[in-house]
Ligand binder design. Structure first.
Ligand code: MN
Length: 286
């Protein structure tokens, strides 16, 4: 049975990861990630706002790092209003309004990235988004698609994976979120400066592991992995019948501008298993 509304089933013995069953009415599903939205990058924000207002997709999946940084849902209050008017927090309030408005026309799903893993249920509710586990299996157009941010599959970066385990733990998050907001913002600025310094030093970042991806795909009984994080957009053939599709990051100020959307489209109703995968500029999605 294919329900009229998206339905997420928790993991079972047969499938260790949640499965999102797409309604049969969905024709187009969009994927974006790594927009790194921040108040100082207005051009990218406006391109994203325009995209959210006009895409004709039935659902938008945000696969992590929508925000450059997230220090807690209390940067806005329950009504989606900035708690510190005129401060950086009002930017998050504007983003919540864009999401909420779009959520009246389409379904929005959000998966955490390594920058915005602290985005919680309160902000998701204010914004009209459904939070997804990483990874989640999407059952759409007669196929199973495995969705992830991608950072958990960068297996060669053991230092990062250790850090990830720490900051994703309940205990670390409770401790961090218990600090006053200005202190959390200050910690985030320090981490960001460190990361910028590391980037400028020319260090090469780990890539998503091919064998690990195959393992995940076998476990999920899926043939295609879709992820972001690495900012290395490509289509990789992993093994017979298995592939890994990498999303692009966004920078609307770059030349040429990067505002790429990956769109899955279902085949005609009488071809239940057909589907197409397309990369398009955000302005082409309307
Ligand atoms: Mn990332």
């Amino acid at each position: 049975m294919n329900p009229a509304v998206p339905r997420i089933t928790a993991h079972t013995a047969a499938s260790p990861w949640p499965v999102l069953q797409a309604p049969s009415s969905w024709r187009h599903v969009d994927f974006i990630s790594d927009l790194h939205l921040q108040a100082s990058e207005q051009v990218t924000f406006l391109a994203w706002q325009d995209y959210m207002q006009h895409t004709r997709a039935d659902a938008v999946f945000i696969l992590g790092d929508l925000f450059e940084v997230w220090v807690g849902d209390d940067v806005i209050d329950d009504e989606g209003v900035a708690v510190q008017p005129g401060q950086a927090s009002s930017f998050e309030a504007r983003c919540a309004q864009v999401l909420k408005a779009a959520s009246h026309r389409l379904d929005i799903f959000f998966m955490h990235g390594n920058r915005d893993f602290l985005l919680g249920p309160a902000f998701a509710q204010t914004s009209g988004m459904t939070l997804l586990n990483d990874p989640t299996v999407l059952d759409f157009a007669g196929q199973r698609w495995l969705l992830s941010h991608g950072d958990a599959l960068c297996l060669s970066d053991t230092d990062y994976l250790q850090f990830r385990t720490q900051v994703r733990s309940e205990q670390w998050q409770q401790e961090f979120l218990g600090k006053p907001l200005p202190e959390r913002q200050s910690i985030a600025r320090t981490l960001r400066t460190q990361s910028e310094t590391r980037k400028r030093s020319g260090v090469t970042y780990a890539d998503v592991d091919g064998a690990g991806s195959c393992d995940w795909l076998h476990t999920a009984q899926a043939s295609t992995l879709i992820h972001g994080h690495t900012h290395r957009p490509a289509d990789h053939e992993l093994a017979t019948g298995l592939r890994r599709i990498v999303l692009s990051d966004w920078d609307a100020s770059a030349t040429p501008p990067r505002t790429e959307v990956l769109r899955l489209s279902a085949g005609l109703a009488n071809q239940s298993t057909g589907s197409t995968v397309q990369r398009m500029a955000a302005t082409e999605t309307a």
